[in-house]
Structures are given as structure tokens and as C-alpha cells.
Design a protein around this ligand. Structure first.
Ligand SMILES: Cc1ncc(COP(=O)(O)O)c(C=O)c1O
Length: 412
């Protein structure tokens, strides 16, 4: 028999998570998540659901009625959006500039959709006129893009994408997992129909639920695919004329009916995650979104300045850097994984490795959500300086922290 005490109580080390996410959750979010559970249709619970809808509208920069949560990590939101919007055989234009553009393609392949891409090399973004040219040629059902792709640390400009989509009769889908709550997300101004996010980056919560917003036009389209499952459909429910959505769990038509006054009993809302998401948004809105974006910008500027003062070279275009994650080349002759291990073991600080073509070449340092703070950036830089020194890589000593401090103060 397995000794029930064998593994001990959960008691993780107090790591400072300065990678591309997840990051440390705000203590208020963790406290909210320890609150007692409620029944799914308890009036207190449905009131919390309605509050979450109201709280996430400004976070997404939208008036969209359909603004809610998809249970699951951020990719649950992505998958729900794409499987509900796109029918097998329909064509999607994917704006592809990193690993998460590849994820969009992977999900579309599973849906049985066709896609074409308009690409930028890793470290760059796709010019808006290239998106327009491709959209005019392809006439897709959806233009799908990532906002901030953590794999390359680039943020795709999205102003104007909605008017391109309207010109060709497409919807716009945006994966804003890595930027929601840290850089401006302007669903209505961009003309984006569906945007999804996650908590574990700039919103300073744990992963496990995906905020989503859906325009009325996209909702109307999705409702044409409404096919309520047998066990829960109301007497007299009428199916939509279009094909059933190929996922039950990610069927946005049923999920919208769950979040509406219909309260279709589709799934059991992840109550604890909802408490956490609610607190994340409350914290963000109390800080004020412009102040929050400025804080992330200052953190990114400080991190960049400190890394440069160490003589390191940043990855990617300066003009399109995400404010919350910074890519930096691993200096020649330095073992990147050994540096990460020492950062973790000696300083309790996690920095990120990289994906695909950047593996072994780049580290990614994040400062977002609860960790986009001056002292956390300065501690990380000081620790990295000492770690590089210990690895025999000569860095100008004592330069990084003052450079970062000056950059922070110049930005706020
Ligand atoms: C831009 C982007 N999209 C999607 C994801 C996937 O999120 P999750 O791991 O929560 O499913 C991430 C996570 O790193 C991300 O950075």
C-alpha cells in the first residue's frame, strides 16, 4: 500500500518566475481561489459569472455582450474559437510569425479546414499590406493571428485588420494570451471578432481558464451551428441550419447559452478558476489599464536596457517588441541551460528557454503581471550578471542594474 504521507504536503520553493509565463500569481488571486465553492446555478454563482462578463469587457477593449471564460488553459480558448468559427473545408488566412502561428495551423488541420499563411521570419512581424494582399487573393472565412507571440517576443500590430476583414467578408480571430492585461487589447477598435487570452501572463493568475470575447456578428454565425446535445436540450429547441460544431466541450454556441440567461447546463463551470479570473480583472481595472500598460512597458524597457548594459544582444526587431517578454541571445561559448540551472538553484529565479529555431540560442525573460515590478527586474538582472560571471563570461560589472533603473524611470 502506498503510504499516504509519502509525498508530503505541497510546499513548492518560492521561485521568482521571470520567463515567458506562467508567472507568480498575485496573492489576492490566490486568496480569491481559496473561497468556498457554490452550486453551478446558485444565484451567487450566476451573479459572479455576470460580473466576470462585465469585468472582462474593458480588459478586451470591447462592448461585446459575449465576453466570458472558456474552461481550460489558453489553448482551450483558441480551439473553441477556431472550431466554432471555421467549418471543415473553409479557408483561413493565418498571420504567421512564430510558434503560436504554427499552433493555429495545427488546430485548423485537425478541424479539417484549409489555410494559407502570410509569414514573417521569427523576430519580425507581418506588414499590414501583406495581410491585405493575401486576404484579397484568398478571400478567407477567418483571418487568424497571434497578438504577442512569446516564442519570438514580437507583437503584431493589429490596427486596421478589421477593415481588411470586412472588405473580404472574413472574421478576425486574435490569440492575445500573452498580452491581455499587459499591452492594449482593442477588440472593437481593431475590428477583431473573437479574441482569447489566458491568466498566467500579464493578468497575474494561474493557467486554467481562457477569457474570450465574441462580436455579435461572430456569435450570430456561431449560432447557425447550434445543436444542443440531447440530454440538455430544451423542449422545442431548434437546431441551426449550419453544420454542428465538431467539439462538444468547445462548442461556443452551447457555451454562450450557458453564460446567458438560458443557463444551458453544458458544463460545470470551474468555480475556483472563475474566482481567480474575476480577481485578476478586478486588480487590473483598479490599477487602471493605461497605468498597467505603462508598468509593463517600463519593465520591458528596464529589462532590455539592463541586458544591453551587460553587453548582450537582444533578439528581434526593436520596433515590435512585446513589452512583457524580452528575447536575448545566449553569448557564444556559454551553456544556456547551465545558466538557467544556476539562476534557479542559486537565486530561485526562472528564466525561459526558447522553441524551434531559437533553441539553445536565445533566453526569454519576462516581466509581467505581478512580476512586472522594478525590484523583480533589478534582481533578475543582478542575478544574471553574477551567473554569467560564474560561467566565465566577462560582463561589465555593476552596469546592468543602474541602466535598468534609469530606463524604468525614463519610461514611467
Ligand atoms: C501566445 C500564446 N498563445 C497560446 C499559448 C498557450 O497557452 P496554454 O499553455 O495556457 O494553453 C501561449 C502560452 O505560452 C502563448 O504564449
Amino acid at each position: 500500500m502506498l503510504d499516504p504521507l509519502l509525498f508530503g504536503e505541497i510546499d513548492p520553493p518560492q521561485r521568482l518566475l521571470m520567463g515567458p509565463g506562467p508567472v507568480n500569481a498575485h496573492p489576492r488571486v490566490l486568496r480569491a481561489m481559496s473561497a468556498d465553492l457554490l452550486g453551478q446555478f446558485d444565484p451567487e454563482m450566476t451573479a459572479y459569472m455576470n460580473q466576470v462578463m462585465a469585468l472582462y469587457r474593458p480588459v478586451f477593449g470591447t462592448q461585446n455582450r459575449w465576453t466570458m471564460l472558456i474552461d481550460g488553459t489558453a489553448r482551450a480558448g483558441i480551439e473553441a474559437a477556431l472550431v466554432s468559427l471555421v467549418l471543415p473545408g473553409e479557408t483561413v488566412l493565418v498571420v504567421n510569425f512564430g510558434r503560436f502561428g504554427l499552433l493555429l495551423q495545427e488546430i485548423l488541420t485537425r478541424i479539417g479546414a484549409r489555410f494559407e499563411t502570410v509569414d514573417a521570419p521569427w523576430g519580425e512581424v507581418v506588414p499590414m499590406d501583406a495581410i491585405r494582399t493575401a486576404a484579397l487573393r484568398i478571400r478567407p472565412r477567418v483571418i487568424a493571428t497571434v497578438h504577442g507571440d512569446t516564442s519570438t517576443t514580437m507583437a503584431q500590430p493589429l490596427d486596421g485588420i478589421g477593415s481588411i476583414a470586412r472588405e473580404v467578408g472574413a472574421f478576425v480571430y486574435v490569440d492575445a494570451t500573452a498580452t491581455l492585461g499587459g499591452m492594449e487589447i482593442a477588440a472593437d477598435r481593431w475590428g477583431a471578432d473573437v479574441i482569447t487570452g489566458g491568466l498566467q501572463k500579464c493578468l497575474g493568475g494561474p493557467s486554467g481558464t481562457a477569457p474570450i470575447t465574441i462580436s455579435d456578428a461572430a456569435a450570430e454565425h456561431i449560432f447557425t451551428r447550434r445543436h444542443d446535445e440531447k440530454g440538455i436540450r430544451a423542449a422545442g429547441a431548434v437546431d441551426g441550419p449550419a453544420a454542428r460544431i465538431a467539439s462538444n466541450y468547445f462548442d461556443l454556441a452551447m457555451i454562450m447559452d450557458y453564460w446567458s440567461e438560458k443557463r444551458l447546463n453544458h458544463h460545470t463551470e470551474a468555480t475556483t478558476m472563475l474566482y481567480g479570473a474575476r480577481e485578476c480583472a478586478r486588480i487590473a481595472l483598479a490599477e487602471g489599464l493605461p497605468a498597467r500598460f505603462a508598468r509593463h512597458k517600463a519593465a520591458g524597457a528596464a529589462m532590455s536596457a539592463g541586458l544591453r548594459a551587460m553587453g548582450l544582444t537582444l533578439f528581434g526587431e526593436d520596433a515590435h517588441r512585446m513589452t512583457n517578454v524580452t528575447g536575448v541571445y545566449i553569448p557564444a561559448g556559454v551553456d544556456g541551460e547551465s545558466v538557467r540551472a544556476m539562476m534557479r538553484e542559486a537565486f530561485e529565479i526562472e528564466i525561459g528557454t526558447a522553441f524551434g529555431p531559437l533553441v539553445g540560442k536565445v533566453w526569454r525573460l519576462g516581466a509581467m503581471g505581478y512580476n512586472a515590478m522594478k525590484h523583480k527586474v533589478l534582481l533578475t538582472l543582478a542575478a544574471l550578471e553574477a551567473t554569467l560571471q560564474a560561467h566565465g563570461h566577462a560582463v561589465p560589472l555593476g552596469e546592468a542594474v543602474p541602466a535598468a533603473l534609469a530606463a524604468w524611470d525614463a519610461t514611467v
